[in-house]
Design a protein. Sequence first.
Length: 402
Amino acid sequence: PRVLWRLAERAFARGDYAAAAAAYAQIPSAALDPSLAPEVAFRWGASLAKAGRHAEAGERLEAFTRKFPSDPNVPTALHLLGLSAQQSGRLDAAVNALQELADRFPKAEGREETLRRIALLEGARGRPAALRAAYARLVQEFPKTRFLGEAAWWTGASWLDEKKFAEAIAPLERARALDPSAYAASATERLILAHYALRQRIPLAQELLAPSAKTASPAPEIWEWAARRSAAEGDPAAAVALYTKLLAHPAAGALRHPARRALAASLAARGEWKAAAENLEGYVAEAADPDDAIAGRLDLARARRALKEFDRARELAEGVMTEQPEGRANAEARMILGEILDAQGKPGEAAKQWLGVALLYDDPQLAPDALARAADAFARAGNAQEAARLREELAAKYPAKP
């Protein structure tokens, strides 16, 4: 037995772990000096682990820790057992071994890495709460650990996987701040998902437009929602930026066409009429639905009027009136003709156009607006009597109109 033991020890010392494992396996335990038994049991398991024979190593190391629980090599054995169990796919056994190492031997070498490995294994086992607890323990014991960014990222990602979107935000932001080279893109992508799920328009828009979002791939529906809400909430600058990104999205599909008109509306809200008109020209050219084309031409007429391209604006409005001799589109076209005349310094003629809308269309939105505009235009044209009459009519028929 002693000859075999010396052969095994020499092989172990020179790093020939396969030979060492073979030699240790041949030592008859009954003939072995009891004082050498713990060392041989440990070295046998360690040799198997280092030789990559992880399933056998697990059996030997488990037997060693059970038989010699107070041996000085137990911490190392538990460490190797954890690694071997992980390599052989026995994740529960791996966590149990490393957890025992962490709990029983707080001063053992490599504790920081042990706590980290426990956290990662808990994640691999599909136990997000245990993963977060393990990372929290790591950060508590090692406040300056080099794994701070990783701990934050996995904490946030695990919350997101559980659809706890509010809880995911802070750790994901922390991960990105701690280690932007590793987590800027992945954290931003998940923050976008969290803010979208929570319908938080402002932070969502900020994340979408941040430089770190360039490598993320948010779905076009997310861009569309953020853009639409930005426009509805009076933030045309954000809406313009978001709609522009949506139009360039390779998967925008059916969202691209309506986004072009919406982009034009946001550009108009910012007074960028030339860009609005250019987008509307494209929208009208692409429109497959006649109603879409008419709506686009009406918007384009307004844009051309704002650009003082009065002939083109009139042409567009009158074209709609010809195609739509009645109905809402006809009324809007008449309103635009009034705006063109008013912009040309012809308030009396503009008033007649608007009054015609009020008389012909009993629309609860257009009619009071048309009456109010007609009254104001008649007043500016010097027809105070007609202006007063229309204001009385407006107050009587539409008392809610300011």
